[in-house]
Design a protein around this ligand. Sequence first.
Ligand code: AKB
Length: 314
Amino acid sequence: MGTSTSEKILVIGSSGQLGTELVQTLRNIYGTENIIASDIKVTEQAKEGPFEVIDVLNAVGLFDIVKKHRVNQVYLLAALLSATAEKMQKFAWELNMNGLFNVLDLAKEKIIQKIYWPSSIAVFGPNTPKENTSQFTIMEPSTVYGITKQAGERWCEYYFNKYNVDVRSLRYPGLIGWKSAPGGGTTDYAVHIFHDALKTGYYECFLSENSTLPMMYMPDAIKATIDIMQADAGKIKIRSSYNLAGFSFSPKEIATEIKKHLPGFKISYKPDTRQQIADSWPRSIDASHATADWGWKPQYNLAAMTTDMIRNLK
Ligand code: AKB
């Protein structure tokens, strides 16, 4: 499958929650041989197509792989997420920032032509207005992860303005999918809840029942990512990162939705350190700039996502 293309795309951190599905979609669009998956160690993905072991902190190793495959686009997904970054603060800064610099510098030197780099709702903080949070507002993130994403956004914009680097970015909400497991995030509960509901009929949630957060179903996240990367450069008016919205819900609301499919399902709440992170983030996001600039429109809501998750996980 695939169309003939001049694109050679390297996905760094390809075996994670987003990368697993993104690589499959990119391969369907551009052809398996044109998508090089890569991670810090060999994973099952190595059996499915081109795969390289890459430590994004090793700039020379990264350059060698880019040259070897004549890569012209990089999707940089390797990062520590919010909960893990709180436990490994200095390493999170090193990985999330220096990894980005190594890729931005490849584009500055015109070795690659285009970069995708994910940001997050974690760029917002406790002083940010919580409802329908706008693109341009108070940010002041209070987590290590949020600080790295905020700084990263500024650097992306700087490299675009100063060196004309074509870098594109989205502020993902919590991502929910059935094909791959999340790792180290605060929104991970929204995936775990489905697995436990189907396996044991019970889930103990690490956030409190009314912690409403912005979320998105994976097919929408993949579509947004491909859409922004395929848009004409002139349409990308924001070179820090775009707000992106799917739908918002609390643990109580998703539990109620799951009960419509699995009436015996039970949930209890035992908030841990991740509660403080969730409390610092917006409850809903205004994505009107993404809609106006490159046509963003989500397909899924809470009910449609829940039905699809249960159908597939069953
Ligand atoms: C996390 O919870 O850390 C991530 C995110 C919202 O960026 N899913």
